[in-house]
Design a protein. Structure first.
Length: 115
């Protein structure tokens, strides 16, 4: 059973940066693509960014292109999301998981961006 633990969120001001971390335990995820998702208040969980198994291909939701960067360290079973130029509309709980055939969701990490 894979356990996903997200961390790194916080309360920041618009324009600030944060780096989120997702660590998987229970099995290695080196052969899996991974993604970040977010759930804003009152909304469904949505895709934010994805990365293939070895990190040479990434994909971003339009609103975060140029501001967010997804990366991974397979030796550490860890995926990162570097978020620059944060906006109030980025406020959400952020989760990591496979892009489909989801493992159990972690608790997520709250990101709150004040104007």
């Amino acid at each position: 059973q894979v356990q996903l633990v997200e961390s790194g969120g916080g309360l920041v001001q618009a324009g600030d940066s944060l780096t989120l971390t997702c660590t998987a335990s229970g099995r290695t995820f080196v052969s899996y693509a991974m993604s970040w998702f977010r759930r804003a208040p009152g909304e469904e969980r949505k895709f934010v960014a994805g990365i293939n198994w070895n990190g040479d291909t990434t994909l971003y939701e339009d609103s975060v292109k140029g501001r967010f960067t997804i990366s991974r360290d397979n030796a550490k079973n860890t995926v990162y999301l570097r978020m620059n130029a944060l906006k109030p509309e980025d406020t959400a709980v952020y989760y990591c998981n496979r892009p489909n055939a989801f493992w159990d969701w972690g608790q997520g990490t709250q990101v709150t961006v004040s104007p």
